[in-house]
Structures are given as structure tokens and as C-alpha cells.
Design a binder for this molecule. Structure first.
Ligand code: NAD
Length: 327
């Protein structure tokens, strides 16, 4: 049987859009219709590089596609996604889903009404290092995440909370299954017109604390996750990538490197295990796109739904408001 392939296009051919185009242009399970960007010269350059069609307008894509990847700045997500959803097209919207919770809810309602899929580009859900880490985080007491980057003007149309911290908010909401009790936050504008540096202290009702630090004023890229739970401390460096674990019980999850020594654990001699693991490198964006294509075909919710995107946005905006209140 000659089953018709899903027809997909991309809006936005900038820094990240180029990678969406690259993956979709060579994807065996879809028909790639083409890309549109309001910056014609950038669009033509990328389309030439991957030998794909440069489209004339958003409407040209709407009438030819079943689904779209929206990879434009956040303040354009709502208007562009609404156009596609109005025309019953599935959408993968880059993170953060929209600028406001009301916009996110309105897209979710529209998708429901028109039977469409919304996926949000919280790419860390597809990061093999983080997925490995999740295997042994059981009842953490404390989670610390640092996400720092050298300054660049790209992305500064939104505060660093929506640009970088939103990844970690989504991660923490996925790991900790409890309502939030309270949030404390501080931050500063330094180079751009929006907040460039933010610290958030999120306390959940079950007692778990998440301490998030995001900055785009940094000498180097830093992506570190530390988790603390009974008898186990983990340090994950997403830049290497590598997971290190100190634990009073051997995890049996790692085989790469295990060192043990006797330690005094509160008056009792115990064996402390140090284990190190370097997960396989996978292209998380391709995994995310594969998940979208699977959802389009099966009509099942993707790993990161519109609702997930809205929840992360909601907390991100609360953090931003707390910072404004402290100013
Ligand atoms: P960018 O500025 O490099 O590219 C955005 C492109 O969109 C530009 O080429 C611009 O001309 C185009 N554009 C703007 N408005 C448009 C419109 N109305 N119609 C058509 N094209 C339009 O930005 P970027 O870094 O590629 O970021 C794009 C999106 O991806 C943002 O939402 C950002 O938060 C997200 N992003 C996600 C990750 C991640 O890790 N998941 C990483 C980087 C960026």
C-alpha cells in the first residue's frame, strides 16, 4: 500500500531553525515541503545549503502541509501557531510556548477543538544524559541546576528565565511530582533590556527544594545538575556530558568507573562508592522531531505537550514577577 507521507515545513530559518530544516530535509518518514523566514537572504542561504524549497509566505506552507515546526522568536509563536491550528495543522512550537499563559491556554483550547497536536520544544526531555540521570533520582531532597552562557543578543527579547531557565523548570516539574509551596527569586538586568541573570528557589509541598541559576553573563557555557537524596549525591555535567555519583549503595547503573572506600557515615563505617558514566551522544533535536512525527502519526500526545509547555511558562512568569517585586 502506498501510504502518503506526512507533509512538514518550518517557519524560521535562524540559529535553531537551520537545524530543524537540516533534520527534516533528510528525514525518511516525512515529505519536507519547505521553509519560510521573513528574512529572505537568511532563508535562501539555509534552503540552498540543504537543497530545500524557500517558501514565499506562511500561507503558502499552510495550504501544502500537515504539520509545522515553528522556530521563530517567542513573541511570534502565538500568532504563527494560531494560523496553523486554525487550519487544523499539527504544530511543534519552540520553547517557551508563548509569551503569556493566556496565549498558551488559547492555543491548547484551539488544538483540542480542531483535533491537533501541540508539542513544545523542551529539548532536554530528549537529552540522553538527563534521561540516564532520571533513572536513579528517587525522592530527591534538593536539586541544584546551573545554566550559564556567554552574552549574545539573540534570545534577549525574553528574560533569561524564559530563554534558559524554562528548560530547568520543565525538568524539575517532571522530576518532582508535588505542587509548589512557594518561590523566592532574585535577578538583574545587565546587558539587555530584559533580566539577564536569575536565581530561583522553588519549594515543593512534599519538601523538595529546587535551586535554579540561569545567566547569560558568563565567561563559559555551564550546564550542571546536582541532586541530593538519601545516601546519594549526583553531579551531572551536560557539557561533557558526564554523570558522577557518590553513594552508600552501589547503583549497578554504571560500569564505566567504580571506586569504593570506607568512610565514617555518622559514627558508622560504611562503603562509599564513586561511579562515573559518560552517556552515549545522541542528537536530542532529532529525537524531539522524531517524537513529533510519531505523535502526528499515532495521534497520541507527545512527550512535551502544550499543557507541559504552559506549566513551565506559568512558573517562569511567576519567577520573573518575583524578581520585579524585589527590584
Ligand atoms: P534566531 O533569531 O536565530 O532565528 C529566528 C528566525 O525567525 C530569524 O531568522 C527571523 O528572521 C525569523 N522570524 C522572526 N519573525 C518571523 C515571522 N513572523 N515569520 C517568519 N520568520 C520570522 O532565533 P533562534 O535562536 O533560532 O530561536 C528561535 C526559537 O527557538 C526561540 O523560540 C528560541 O527560544 C528557541 N530556541 C530553543 C532552543 C532549545 O534549546 N530548544 C535553543 C535556541 C533557541
Amino acid at each position: 500500500m502506498n501510504k502518503k507521507k506526512t507533509r512538514v515545513g518550518v517557519i524560521g530559518a535562524g540559529h535553531l531553525g537551520k537545524h530543524h530544516i537540516k533534520h527534516l530535509a533528510s528525514h525518511g518518514e516525512i515529505e519536507f515541503i519547505g521553509a519560510f523566514d521573513k528574512n529572505k537572504s537568511a532563508l535562501n542561504k539555509v534552503c540552498e545549503e540543504f537543497s530545500v524549497k524557500a517558501l514565499e509566505s506562511i500561507d503558502q506552507l499552510i495550504f501544502q502541509c500537515d504539520a509545522v515546526n515553528i522556530v521563530t522568536p517567542t513573541d511570534t509563536h502565538f500568532d504563527i501557531a494560531k494560523k496553523f491550528l486554525d487550519n487544523k495543522k499539527d504544530v511543534l512550537i519552540e520553547k517557551p510556548i508563548t509569551n503569556t499563559v493566556e496565549e498558551a491556554q488559547s492555543l491548547i483550547d484551539l488544538a483540542k477543538k480542531n483535533g491537533c497536536i501541540i508539542q513544545v520544544g523542551h529539548i532536554e526531555r530528549f537529552n540522553p544524559t538527563i534521561n540516564k540521570l532520571k533513572n536513579f533520582i528517587k525522592d530527591p531532597h534538593y536539586i541544584e541546576i546551573e545554566r550559564l552562557a556567554p552574552f549574545q543578543s539573540r534570545g534577549t527579547e525574553v528574560p533569561v528565565i524564559l530563554d534558559l531557565m524554562v528548560h530547568d523548570i520543565d525538568l524539575v516539574l517532571e522530576i518532582v511530582s508535588s505542587p509548589i509551596k512557594n518561590i523566592h527569586a532574585s535577578g538583574a538586568k545587565m546587558m539587555s533590556n530584559t533580566i539577564d541573570l536569575a536565581h530561583a528557589h522553588i519549594k515543593f509541598e512534599n519538601g523538595v527544594v529546587a535551586n535554579l541559576k540561569s545567566s547569560r553573563i558568563s565567561q563559559n557555557y555551564v550546564r550542571k545538575i546536582r541532586t541530593y537524596q538519601n545516601n546519594l549525591y549526583s553531579i551531572t555535567d551536560l557539557m561533557i556530558p558526564q554523570i558522577e555519583v557518590y553513594s552508600l549503595e552501589k547503583s549497578n547503573l554504571f560500569t564505566e568507573k567504580v571506586i569504593s572506600k570506607n568512610v565514617d557515615a555518622g559514627g558508622q563505617e560504611k562503603m562509599l562508592y564513586y561511579e562515573k558514566f559518560s552517556p552515549e551522544k545522541k542528537d536530542a533535536l532529532l529525537e524531539e522531531i522524531n517524537n513529533f512525527i510519531k505523535s502526528i502519526k499515532t495521534r497520541k500526545s507527545p512527550n512535551v505537550s502544550g499543557e507541559d509547555g504552559k506549566k513551565a511558562l506559568e512558573i517562569a512568569l511567576q519567577i520573573e514577577n518575583k524578581i520585579f517585586l524585589n527590584e
